[in-house]
Structure formats: structure tokens, C-alpha cells
Design a binder for this molecule. Structure first.
Ligand SMILES: *[C@@H]1O[C@H](CO)[C@@H](O)[C@H](O)[C@H]1NC(C)=O
Ligand SMILES: *[C@@H]1O[C@H](CO)[C@@H](O)[C@H](O)[C@H]1NC(C)=O
Ligand SMILES: *[C@@H]1O[C@H](CO)[C@@H](O)[C@H](O)[C@H]1NC(C)=O
Ligand SMILES: *[C@@H]1O[C@H](CO)[C@@H](O)[C@H](O)[C@H]1NC(C)=O
Ligand SMILES: *[C@@H]1O[C@H](CO)[C@@H](O)[C@H](O)[C@H]1NC(C)=O
Length: 467
């Protein structure tokens, strides 16, 4: 497209509810030749620890976030007045979506903390920690349900290591924002809010995060905001058939050749993984429509220092590190394709995450209007939340958002103007849009981008449902 960036920006500020797609940078992440025939993992996959000199690089187990060490202190002329954070939950067991095969490696969730219940205001209730178990009297345990014999986790559940990462994440954010925003050391919902989804693992992370963020909170319940799973904007779960149709168009439909090509190109890898796991090449549980399940399975094991899996009948037939690395490259390629490279991905993202973006805009607008006392808002979500947000903002290099990945919206005020800075992995986010690097963008430009791409709540509802 040979139109100048400013001309395009003029166009997007005029058309409402129709986002212009700007292709991401060409890197090894979205280069299918490199993904299939290259080598190495696209980051750290075997520990939550990132060596200090590498902090900021991709770590699937514990993505970089805002910390004192790397924080870029803005000009003294600007005052920080509001911060909204959205993060993916921290590391966990794999999902138990595969219900046909025995998990060969036991998982311990001992000490992973309460799923529900701190103590009540009156100190009457006791925190409850889940201990998964199996019983030989239940004959469905190994035939239908996952035979997670020897594990004390639910699948999924935040592990005790993931809970520890949540506490550190909270205290790192505190080290940067408490003094700048004037946040107290106890959780006070008149100045700070926390929001979770209907999936328990986000509440588990909240309990760790709050301990780090507001370390002197009395040991009583903390109220977390949550929307009904029938219309939750954070996960998101609201129904948007037009978005779903767009996405299946570029993965399975006539515009899905590239998607099919990556699956075909990985045929020999699939054959090996199936031989180890015993999963049928014709399964209908999603093991062969994307690398999601194998990626989740292998990465969760490696993030917790567990060995790569071997065939349960033949312990000499194992997944190799090179094969795991190829799965990790393929998974990142899939996220780049679905949320950035496919031309319809921008529209898909705007529709499927538009409600959360409109809620964010209203929080920012209320600060600009001087009608909100809130200083800090923290959302705990999923890769399925971070990805369309990154797709909507059109990040220049897309990845599969790893555990604890974070986007921070900082609202600043100068004498008479408002600016926004958006931090991804702790640093100003580079986008492919005419907004460029989201580093002190006039708030009106940011709002124009949202307006052009999504329009009003009712525009969005109509665009999603056709109603
Ligand atoms: C990968 O290499 C093989 C030969 O080693 C070749 O046949 C195939 O086309 C290559 N794949 C891509 C996507 O370049
Ligand atoms: C993609 O990767 C291959 C293999 O590393 C390389 O030869 C090729 O130049 C890359 N393509 C682009 C567009 O960077
Ligand atoms: C983690 O993987 C890196 C390669 O990416 C390797 O150098 C390192 O030794 C591994 N660490 C552990 C604890 O296995
Ligand atoms: C992970 O894969 C191994 C074999 O590859 C299998 O035994 C196990 O059930 C899988 N676990 C999950 C949770 O998918
Ligand atoms: C292990 O062997 C049993 C009995 O032959 C078979 O039913 C099962 O599918 C095999 N499992 C794997 C993962 O190969």
C-alpha cells in the first residue's frame, strides 16, 4: 500500500468502526521458513528467572513487567495521574483438555495457597486450598477423566511457583507506582481496583498480587470486580459472531491457506509427537488444528523444571528439546498470524476486545474530566485477552503472550494537556500504526484511534451481531 502514513492516519480518524490493518514487522517469529526449518527456542521456556542483563526479553514462564530497575522515568513536567494494568495470570499446570491419556508426570499443588476465602471481616471463615485426588472406587478416573494419578493439582491450577511470581509481580509494580500515584499500603477500593475473570486461576493470582501490591492489607477479604461469564469483557466471553466468523475465515476458510501450510509443513513433527503421546492423528480434540495443546503441555512442564514427556509404554521414545523448541516457534507463529499477520486480524481484535477497550477509554476519560478518584486499576486475565488487545493496538512484533505478560496504560497530565504512555513488557510499546511508539501520545490521538476502530458501544454491538 503506497499511501503515506499521515494520509492513512487522516483516513482512519474519519472512518468509524473500521480499523485499518498495518502489517507487523518481518521477524523470525512470523517467518514460516525459519519457524519450520530454523532452530532454537524463541526465548526462555525453562525457568521464571531471567538473567538481569536479559530482562525484557521473552520469557514464556514469567514475562517481563514494569520494575524499578528498568523503569523509564518521564520528564518532570508530566504528572502521573492514573495507571491501568492488564496482565495474563502467572504460571500454572497445563489444561486438562486431553481427557484420554494418562499424565505421566505428577504435579504438586501443595502450598499453592487458597482458592477461596481469606478470612471474613469477622475472622469466621477459613481459607480453602484445593488438593486434587483420585480414588480407586471411581471407575471413571482413568477411562473418561484425565488419569492424573499422583498429582494434587487441578488442571489448570496456579502452582506454588506461579503464586510466588504473582507476589513478586505485585511488589515490583508497587516499587514503581505506589510513590508516584500516592497509593497506600493497604488495599482501598476507593483508590485502587482489581478485576478478575470467571476462571479461578485469575483469583488465585490476585491473592498473590495483592500481597505484593498492598502488603499491609488486613487479613480479610479483598473485593475483586468480576462480570458475568455471559458478557464478560475481560476474558472476553461476550458473543460476537462476526468476529468468530472472521477468525475461522483466516484459519480454516478460503483465506486460511497459510494456516493450513504451517500444519502441513509440520507433518513429521506431528507424527513424532503423536507417537509419544498416543494421540490419534485424527483426534477431534484440537491437537491437530493448532499447536496450542502440545505447546501448553510441553511448556508447562519445562517452566516447572520437569522433564519432557516420554511414551508411557516405551520410555526411550521421548520428545527432544529440539522438537519442543520447534513447537515453541510454531506456537509464536500461530499467535502472530492470528492476531497480526492475517489482514482481518485487526478487525477481529477490535470486535472481540472492543468492549474492554471502551471500558478502558471511559476510565481514562473520567480522569480527564476530573470525575474519578480512582488512581489504579489492575485486570488479571488470559492469553486470549492479551492477544486481541495487542492485535487491536497493532504491536509491531507479536508473540504468544506468556505467563504474567503485562500491558500498562499510564495517563499523564502536563499544565494543560493529557498524554498516554503504553508499556508492553515494561517498555513503551512499538506499534505498526501511525501512532508509532506509544510514548506520551496526546490522549486525543489515542481516543481518535479507538473511535475510528470501534466507535460507540452501540456501534460495536451492531458490528458484532448485525443487530
Ligand atoms: C524446510 O526444508 C525442507 C528441506 O529441508 C524443504 O523441503 C521445505 O520446503 C522447507 N520449508 C520451508 C517452509 O521453507
Ligand atoms: C526467513 O528465514 C529464512 C531462514 O532463516 C531466511 O533465509 C529468510 O531470509 C527469512 N525471510 C525473511 C523475509 O526475513
Ligand atoms: C534452559 O534452557 C537454556 C537454553 O535455552 C539452557 O542454556 C539452560 O541450561 C536451561 N536451563 C535449565 C535449568 O535447564
Ligand atoms: C501431556 O502430554 C503427555 C504425553 O505427551 C500426556 O501423557 C499428558 O496427558 C499430556 N497432559 C496434558 C495435561 O495434556
Ligand atoms: C500403551 O499401550 C496400551 C496397551 O497396548 C495402549 O492401549 C495405549 O494406547 C498405549 N499408550 C500409548 C501412549 O502409546
Amino acid at each position: 500500500m503506497l499511501i503515506s502514513a499521515s494520509a492513512v492516519f487522516a483516513a482512519i480518524t474519519l472512518v468509524t468502526g473500521e480499523i485499518v490493518h498495518y502489517a507487523p514487522a518481518a521477524t523470525n517469529i512470523n517467518n514460516l521458513t525459519f519457524v519450520l526449518n530454523g532452530s532454537g527456542a524463541p526465548g526462555i521456556f525453562n525457568s521464571s528467572f531471567t538473567p538481569p542483563a536479559l530482562y525484557g526479553t521473552y520469557n514464556w514462564c514469567n514475562m517481563p513487567h514494569v520494575r524499578q530497575q528498568e523503569y523509564r522515568v518521564p520528564s518532570k513536567d508530566l504528572t502521573l495521574i492514573y495507571v491501568e494494568v492488564i496482565q495474563r495470570h502467572h504460571k500454572r499446570t497445563p489444561y486438562g483438555s486431553n481427557t484420554f491419556f494418562k499424565e505421566d508426570i505428577p504435579w504438586s499443588c501443595d502450598g499453592s495457597g487458597p482458592v477461596y476465602g481469606g478470612t471474613s471481616p469477622q475472622g469466621e471463615v477459613s481459607p480453602v486450598q484445593w488438593q486434587a485426588f483420585t480414588d480407586t472406587q471411581n471407575p471413571w478416573t482413568t477411562t473418561i477423566g484425565p488419569g492424573f494419578v499422583g498429582s494434587t493439582c487441578q488442571f489448570p491450577q496456579i502452582t506454588s511457583d506461579g503464586l510466588e511470581d504473582s507476589v513478586v509481580h505485585g511488589s515490583d509494580l508497587r516499587s514503581v507506582y505506589a510513590s508516584r500515584l500516592g497509593l497506600g499500603s493497604t488495599f482501598d477500593t476507593s483508590e485502587a481496583q482489581i478485576r478478575v475473570t470467571n476462571n479461578d486461576i485469575t483469583s488465585q493470582v490476585a491473592s498473590g498480587l495483592l500481597a505484593g501490591l498492598f502488603p499491609h492489607s488486613p487479613s480479610q477479604y479483598s473485593a475483586a470486580k468480576i462480570q458475568s461469564s455471559t458478557f464478560d469483557s475481560l476474558e472476553p466471553t461476550y458473543s460476537c459472531p462476526v468476529a468468530s466468523a472472521l477468525r475461522s475465515g483466516y484459519t480454516t476458510g478460503s483465506s486460511g491457506q497459510q494456516w493450513q501450510a504451517h500444519l502441513t509443513g509440520a507433518a513429521s513433527l506431528y507424527a513424532k509427537l503423536d507417537a509419544v503421546s498416543g494421540i490419534s492423528p485424527n483426534d477431534n480434540a484440537g491437537w491437530h488444528t493448532s499447536f496450542d495443546h502440545y505447546y501448553d503441555n510441553l511448556s508447562a512442564k519445562q517452566c516447572h523444571g520437569k522433564p519432557l514427556p516420554c511414551n508411557v509404554n516405551d520410555t526411550s521414545l521421548c520428545v527432544t528439546q529440539d522438537e519442543a523448541n520447534t513447537v515453541f516457534r510454531l506456537g509464536n507463529w500461530e499467535y502472530s498470524y492470528q492476531f497480526r499477520d492475517a489482514p482481518a486480524s485487526a478487525q477481529y481484535s477490535a470486535l472481540s476486545y472492543g468492549v474492554w477497550v471502551l471500558e478502558l477509554r471511559s476510565h481514562l476519560q473520567a480522569k480527564v474530566d476530573g470525575t474519578s478518584q480512582l488512581k489504579y486499576f489492575h485486570n488479571i486475565a488470559h492469553d486470549g485477552s492479551m492477544s486481541p488487545l495487542l492485535g487491536f493496538l497493532q504491536v509491531d512484533e507479536m508473540v504468544w503472550p506468556g505467563m504474567g505478560s503485562e500491558v500498562v496504560f499510564e495517563l499523564y497530565k502536563s499544565k494543560s494537556e493529557y498524554f498516554i504512555r503504553v508499556l508492553w513488557g515494561g517498555q513503551p510499546m512499538k506499534t505498526s500504526t501511525p501512532l508509532g511508539v506509544l510514548d506520551m501520545i496526546p490522549i486525543s490521538s489515542f481516543f481518535s484511534y479507538i473511535e475510528s476502530a470501534i466507535g460507540s458501544p452501540s456501534d460495536l454491538f451492531t458490528a458484532c451481531t448485525g443487530a
